[in-house]
Design a protein around this ligand. Structure first.
Ligand SMILES: [Zn+2]
Length: 283
């Protein structure tokens, strides 16, 4: 089974600490380290790129595209969808897609919200994405977390009434509840044996795994060298296990088949889901 490898291309201080900070050169360096890993494994993924980063460092966007990866939008400013509201969301979407398409000459088909901020209060975003010609969204975490996530939506890929395909983050069901696996902090902090078991379990359910990562996760020294103050707890949790991520990626890409979201959609078509679109999206 082909699983999806997805990368949210952004700069940690600007995306996670303060949206007013400048995008730093470090994000370019980290993205190149990640590209090198994928080159070694001859694997393509989908890179959801932040508009601000594309604007400041268009050359790295060209490098990603030249390596044959799919280009998607991660919005423009990294502000949460439910905070900026429908009008600013549409503006950010058009601006980021326009930038990426101008730089690469490649049509942008997919979108991922900053911090998975398509939640029950911002489901209108799914209609705006369809209206603006996007083919898929990969922003919903199908489990309720502290800051994001929606309960009671499917764990597999589905097509909404408005034509948009939703590609939810991966979860497995254990002890009667859903657990996030295979992305970001979950991929960094859970033992590899558990992640491996989770991917196998998803395969047995015929659900492709959606792995998501950020370039900064392969940068073990960023949080000790950063020039802005970082709260101690953030420093510990956000920096933990970064030095293991490159090795973990090597194992994952050797043991399982990975590709871009576009490639996964060709192999595992999403199922139509009219009930969700009428009950959840309308609400
Ligand atoms: Zn992000």
């Amino acid at each position: 089974m082909l699983h999806a490898l997805t990368i949210d291309v952004e700069d940690w201080p600007q995306s996670s600490l303060n949206h007013d900070l400048p995008i730093t050169e470090r994000s370019v360096h980290n993205t190149r380290m990640m590209l090198e890993i994928f080159r070694r494994h001859e694997t393509h993924g989908t890179f959801f790129i932040l508009g601000l980063l594309a604007e400041k460092f268009p050359e790295v966007v060209r490098e990603i595209a030249a390596d044959g990866h799919e280009i998607g939008s991660h919005g423009y400013s990294h502000k949460a969808v439910f905070q900026i509201g429908p009008d600013a969301f549409r503006d950010e979407l058009k601006r980021s897609v326009g930038l990426l398409e101008d730089i690469t000459g490649q049509a942008v088909r997919g979108y991922r919200a900053p911090d998975f901020s398509v939640t029950e209060e911002s489901l209108w975003a799914l209609d705006i994405l369809a209206e603006e010609g996007l083919e898929y969204d990969s922003s919903i975490f199908p489990v309720r977390m502290r800051r994001y996530g929606i309960d009671d939506v499917p764990r597999h890929m589905y097509r909404l009434d408005n034509g948009l395909i939703e590609i939810p983050m991966s979860t497995v069901v254990m002890g009667g509840r859903r657990w996030p696996v295979a992305g970001g902090g979950y991929l960094r902090l859970l033992p590899w044996a558990l992640t491996q078991r989770a991917i196998r379990r998803l395969e047995s359910e015929q659900i492709p795994t959606i792995v998501y990562l950020h370039p900064y996760e392969v940068d073990p020294t960023e949080l000790s060298e950063i020039e802005w103050p970082v709260p101690l707890k953030t420093r510990l949790t956000q920096g933990l296990n970064r030095r293991h991520i490159a090795g973990r990626l090597d194992r994952m890409l050797s043991q399982f088949r990975f590709g871009s979201v576009a490639e996964v959609l060709e192999e595992s078509p999403p199922v139509p889901l009219t009930t969700l679109s009428s009950s959840v999206v309308a609400g």
